[in-house]
Ligand binder design. Structure first.
Ligand SMILES: C[S@@+](CC[C@H](N)C(=O)[O-])C[C@H]1O[C@@H](n2cnc3c(N)ncnc32)[C@H](O)[C@@H]1O
Length: 262
């Protein structure tokens, strides 16, 4: 990890104010564009999305699956009250260690866990696969479960298992907010015409992939399959906001956002 220059510290302080100590150096940002500006804007955007689309309230219990290095977490430290709680888990130990050392150290109602689940992209040597993994939480524990840019890096079998687990840990009436690249006629046409921001040339049953050598590098899922999967797990989709990734305008966000209620 590089030591931050005075100028970088000043920039981080200017963007994040008193949250600055929770923000990792840019060279640790493995989960998105590695700049303080993008890290900041993504967190602010998603606090709004959690509140406005998933109905997140300050006293809620939130689970963030694939929490990364806290990009979408940091802003929640000034939104959730001590009666609320945040649990995050991820397969990347570096991110979880950073979040424990900075966020959890200052906010006891924020907890982070490392889980050793296999991903070709992020954690290729782990023994446990996503389709056999059980979230380490009790049934009906959370008001809101979020996954930001996680199913975009998972294949259908793992996504199915994780969706069952999301349904299991949600309270009755609880909401999930999950981002995807969804395949429908519009996005398929955009990809094939080269108008999408991501190239997904490899077509499989139910999904398309960017890279055959690293199958979960970037994954788009058939929207029809996703809808049927939610039905199988008794999650009622209440809203789909298609994103700008394949050229849609206007769009609320970059990825497609699916909100559901248990
Ligand atoms: C693009 S990053 C997004 C991180 C964070 N949600 C955010 O928006 O900043 C994808 C994250 O998903 C995590 N991930 C991938 N597969 C996972 C799995 N099977 N279980 C939990 N986390 C996973 C990765 O380690 C990585 O942190």
């Amino acid at each position: 990890m590089t030591k931050l220059s005075l100028a970088a510290r000043w920039h981080r302080r200017r963007l994040f104010g008193r949250l600055a100590p929770l923000v990792p150096p840019e060279d640790l940002m493995f989960e998105g564009p590695p700049t303080f500006r993008e890290f900041h804007d993504n967190g602010v955007e998603f606090l709004g999305v959690y509140r406005d689309l998933a109905g997140l309230r300050p006293d809620d219990a939130v689970l963030d699956v694939g929490c990364g290095i806290g990009r979408k977490t940091i802003q929640l430290t000034r939104y959730l009250t001590p009666n609320g709680s945040y649990d995050g888990f991820d397969i990347m130990k570096a991110g979880v260690d950073w979040c424990n050392a900075t966020i959890a150290a200052r906010h006891p109602n924020f907890r982070f866990r490392h889980v050793d689940v296999r991903s070709d992209l992020y954690n290729p040597s782990a023994a446990t696969t996503a389709e056999r993994f059980t979230f380490p939480y009790d049934d009906e524990h959370f008001d809101v479960v979020v996954l930001g840019s996680v199913f975009t890096h998972m294949l259908p079998a793992g996504v199915e298992r994780y969706t069952a687990e999301v349904a299991r840990v949600l309270k009755s009436g609880g909401r999930s907010l999950i981002s995807y690249f969804l395949l429908d006629d519009f996005s398929r046409e955009a990809i094939d015409a080269g108008r999408s921001t991501i190239d997904l040339p490899y077509v499989h049953d139910g999904y398309r992939a960017m890279d055959e050598a690293v199958p979960d590098k970037v994954v788009a899922h058939d929207e029809d399959r996703v809808r049927a999967m939610y039905e199988r797990h008794a999650l009622t989709i209440t809203r789909i906001e298609h994103g700008s990734w394949c050229g849609r305008t206007p769009a609320l966000s970059y990825q497609d956002l699916v909100v559901a209620r248990r």
